[in-house]
Design a protein. Sequence first.
Length: 182
Amino acid sequence: MSYLCGTYEVFKEELRQAFEPPQNEFKSRAQFLDLQQGKHDVHAYVQRARYLVSNIVTNLIDEATKVVTFIKGLKDGPVKTYLFREYTSTIESAITLAMQEGFSLRQAKLHVNVPRSMSRPMVKPSGGPEPMDLSSATAAGSQQRRGPMDVRCFQRGNNGHYASEYAAPVQAAKGRCRVGTR
């Protein structure tokens, strides 16, 4: 075996280099420390920050640095101002507050953009049309049997039954139409 791969240690090193994922902790640390929200929404920014922090497993960044870096990277606006005012001690609590504040802002904008005429339905004075009484309505698919001569078979043209009552497929019409049972 030594004539193919050298020693066992060389073989292990070649396997490790070929199949082990690249160590990207340095890159993740640098990206986290330079993290900016940019045009992304708060949720996407939070997901990116969590991903980068999860890649850093040796020489961990202290919580205060994580919090400051996270807040510093947010866009200037109400979310960043709120987080600077609260200044949490952990990155997860800062993320939770940022998500809550982002949600509150979206809800506030949603209610501001609704036109006044559509915000409340108009109540018409009585005397206009009344709601339909559905207490005696039946299901759409159910057919009520009427008198035997009121119904007409559209497959064979005879009166007294529906075409859907045939048990067998329709064959050429000869003579009297027979009704199958279900």
